[in-house]
Design a protein around this ligand. Sequence first.
Ligand SMILES: Nc1ncnc2c1ncn2[C@@H]1O[C@H](COP(=O)(O)OP(=O)(O)OP(=O)(O)O)[C@@H](O)[C@H]1O
Ligand SMILES: [Mg+2]
Length: 269
Amino acid sequence: MARVIVVTSGKGGVGKTTTSASVSAGLAARGHKVAVIDFDVGLRNLDLIMGCERRVVYDFVNVVQGEATIKQALIKDKKTPNLYVLAASQTRDKDALTQEGVERVIDELKADGFDFIICDSPAGIEKGAQLALYFADEAIIVTNPEVSSVRDSDRILGILQAKSRRAELGEAVKEHLVLTRYNPARVEAGEMLAMNDVVELLSVDLLGVVPESQDVLQASNAGTPVILQEGTDASEAYKDIVARFLGEEKPQRFLTVEHKSLFRKLFGK
Ligand SMILES: Nc1ncnc2c1ncn2[C@@H]1O[C@H](COP(=O)(O)OP(=O)(O)OP(=O)(O)O)[C@@H](O)[C@H]1O
Ligand SMILES: [Mg+2]
């Protein structure tokens, strides 16, 4: 049975699309059939981060409005087998998505044998974000270690447990936390919230911590989910997150400042 996962945050620009791309690619690389849907109508970011923007002919809105079939609109990823992208429309108005239309797309993907349907939510707590979370069985809450981000995540958690379909049926939506853009030096300096504070404030199970890293921007410029990089901290962090999501036990990493020795500073090793 397919699991529908919304990647959401409330606050904008915290790393939802980065996380959607990497978690989707990571699950597919481990043999699961994954569809990732860009709910951010008007912005179209996911296809850029996944490097398939030139191959978008039909998009999510076309399918919702009956102008294309899901098969016509799904883009098969070139790097990772089992991974398919449903891009957002760049030009249509934000009201182009309807609840009935979204339900039809999700039901078709379930019937097509997808194991995971990942919904990359737009920012905010209004209609677009509510539509992205409505059909979710589980949610990945993406938060940065700062008060405004935690506050907005708390608000979206409230909406998730009140206004999603599962909530209407009296069922819980399973919540997972991804704490990203974590900078241990700034945490030590008291400029950012520490992991434990965020986990305590939100009281959601932590899937993992992704460090602040230039590698994320490099990956997105290259159109490759950062998880596919070899041996960078950000890619390792996302690989851990996928493993924990699949139920494996892994100790948390990337929480402390790496103090470079004088030797390493002088010789760059
Ligand atoms: N761990 C990280 N380290 C450094 N930069 C990051 C990290 N994660 C994300 N970013 C950067 O933050 C910016 C926003 O990321 P992203 O687009 O994934 O956020 P979003 O939550 O989807 O934004 P929006 O709300 O606009 O949809 C991008 O420039 C991305 O490269
Ligand atoms: Mg986004």
